[in-house]
Design a protein around this ligand. Structure first.
Ligand code: TYM
Length: 332
C-alpha cells in the first residue's frame, strides 16, 4: 500500500521547542521517503473561539514559515491551510454521524480544556477529535507523526476508521499508525517539569519559541528550574526529578545521543556546564531557523502565499478523489 504521512499544528502563534522536537523534526525525516502532507489546522484553532481575522491569517503564514524554516520542503511536501480544502469539514460531519458520544466523552483534552465550564464549551471543541480524524482519513494517510499528547486522538481516529470500514463493508480507510518517536515526545515546561511545554502557558519563560534570539534562549535556559542535586550517572537516579529529566532528554535529542550518553558526560557535575552546552546547542539549532522565519515573514510573503496555494491544490486533488469515493460508498 502507498505510504502517506499527514500531520498538523494549530496556528496559534509561533511554534515552540515541543512542537519542533516532538513533531516537526520527525516530519522532516519522513518527507524524504513518504508522500507527505503538512496541514495548518486553522479550523481547529476556532474551537476555543473566533479571534481577530487578520491575526489568524498572519498566524497561518507564520506557521507555514516555521514549517519551511524547520526543513519541510514545499516542493515535495504539501504545506496548506486546512480551511482551503473543504473535504476536511465535510468528512468531519460524515464521520461524526458514526462516532458514538461515549467515545468522545473519554477524550481527556476536552475535559482539560472545558474544565468546570462544560456547559459553555462549544460543540466544535467537543467534536475536535472527529475533525482531526477527518484530516487524516481524507488523505488515507498511513502514518501520523505527533507528540505523545496526541496519542488518545489517534486511537480515536483508528476507531473511527474501523467503524466506517465496518459500516461500508470494505477496508476503505487504512488504520493510521501513530508515530510518536525519539526521546522528546513530551517536552515539559522550563518552569515546572510536571507540565507540558505549551503555547497556552501564561509564562513566556516556560517555553522556547523557534523565533527566540540567542540572548533570549540563554536567559530562559539559565533560569530553567532544576534542583540542587548533582547530575547522576544513571537514568533511574533521575526518578522524581522531572525538571532534570526534561533537560537531559532535550539535550539528548538535540545532540542525537541517548540520555545515558548525556549522563555519562555530565555525571557528578552541577547543572552549570550542562546548561552552558544546552544553550550552545539550542542556539546552533535555532538561530538558522529563526533567521529563516524572519526572512520569510519580512521579505518573502509572496513566496509563502505561493507555497500555501500549491500545497492546497495538491491536497485538494487527493481529497476530491477520496470524497467522491466516500460519497459513492455512503450513497450520497
Ligand atoms: P498542537 O498544535 O497542539 O501541537 C502540534 C504538534 O506538536 C506536538 N507537541 C508536543 N510534542 C512534544 N512536547 C510538547 N510539549 C508538545 N506540544 C505539542 C503535538 O503532539 C503535535 O504533534 N490536535 C493537534 C493538531 C492536529 C493534527 C491533525 C495532528 C489537527 N489535525 C491531524 C496530526 C494529524 C494539535 O493540537 O497539535
Amino acid at each position: 500500500m502507498n505510504q502517506r504521512v499527514l500531520s498538523g499544528i494549530q496556528p496559534t502563534g509561533s511554534i515552540h521547542l515541543g512542537n519542533y522536537l516532538g513533531a516537526i523534526k520527525n516530519w522532516v525525516a519522513f518527507q524524504k521517503d513518504h508522500d507527505s502532507l503538512f496541514c495548518i489546522v486553522n479550523l481547529h484553532a476556532l474551537t476555543t473561539g473566533f479571534g481577530s481575522p487578520a491575526q489568524l491569517r498572519e498566524h497561518v503564514r507564520l506557521t507555514a514559515a516555521c514549517y519551511i524554516a524547520c526543513g519541510i520542503d514545499p516542493n515535495t511536501s504539501a504545506i496548506f491551510a486546512q480551511s482551503q480544502v473543504t473535504g476536511h469539514s465535510e468528512l468531519a460531519w460524515l464521520l461524526g454521524c458514526l462516532t458514538p458520544l461515549g467515545w468522545l466523552n473519554r477524550m481527556t483534552q476536552f475535559k482539560d480544556k472545558a474544565g468546570k465550564h462544560k456547559e459553555q464549551a462549544s460543540l466544535g471543541l467537543y467534536g475536535y477529535p472527529v475533525l482531526m480524524a477527518a484530516d487524516i482519513l481524507l488523505y488515507k494517510a498511513t502514518h501520523v507523526p505527533v507528540g505523545a499528547d496526541q496519542k488518545q486522538h489517534l486511537e480515536l481516529a483508528r476507531d473511527i476508521a474501523g467503524a466506517f470500514n465496518a459500516q461500508v463493508g470494505k477496508d476503505y480507510f487504512p488504520l493510521p499508525e501513530p508515530c510518536i518517536m525519539g526521546t522528546s515526545t513530551r517536552v515539559m515546561s522550563l518552569r515546572d517539569g510536571t507540565q507540558k511545554m505549551s503555547k497556552s502557558d501564561p509564562s513566556e519563560a516556560s517555553r522556547i519559541h523557534m523565533t527566540d534570539d540567542a540572548d533570549t534562549i540563554a536567559q530562559k535556559i539559565r533560569k530553567a528550574k532544576t534542583d540542587s542535586a548533582l547530575i547522576p550517572a544513571t537514568w533511574d537516579e533521575l526518578e522524581g526529578r522531572p525538571e532534570a529529566q526534561n533537560l537531559v532528554q532535550m539535550l539528548s535529542t538535540l545532540e542525537n545521543q541517548t540520555p545515558q550518553q548525556i549522563l555519562n558526560t555530565y555525571a557528578g557535575q552541577n547543572f552549570a556546564p550542562f546548561k552552558a552546552r544546552l544553550i550552545e546547542v539550542l542556539q546552533e539549532t535555532l538561530n538558522p531557523i529563526s533567521g529563516k522565519i524572519h526572512e520569510l515573514m519580512t521579505q518573502d510573503q509572496a513566496f509563502l502565499e505561493t507555497c500555501l496555494a500549491q500545497g492546497a491544490e495538491k491536497a485538494r486533488t487527493l481529497a476530491t478523489k477520496h470524497m467522491h469515493e466516500i460519497h459513492g460508498l455512503i450513497g450520497l
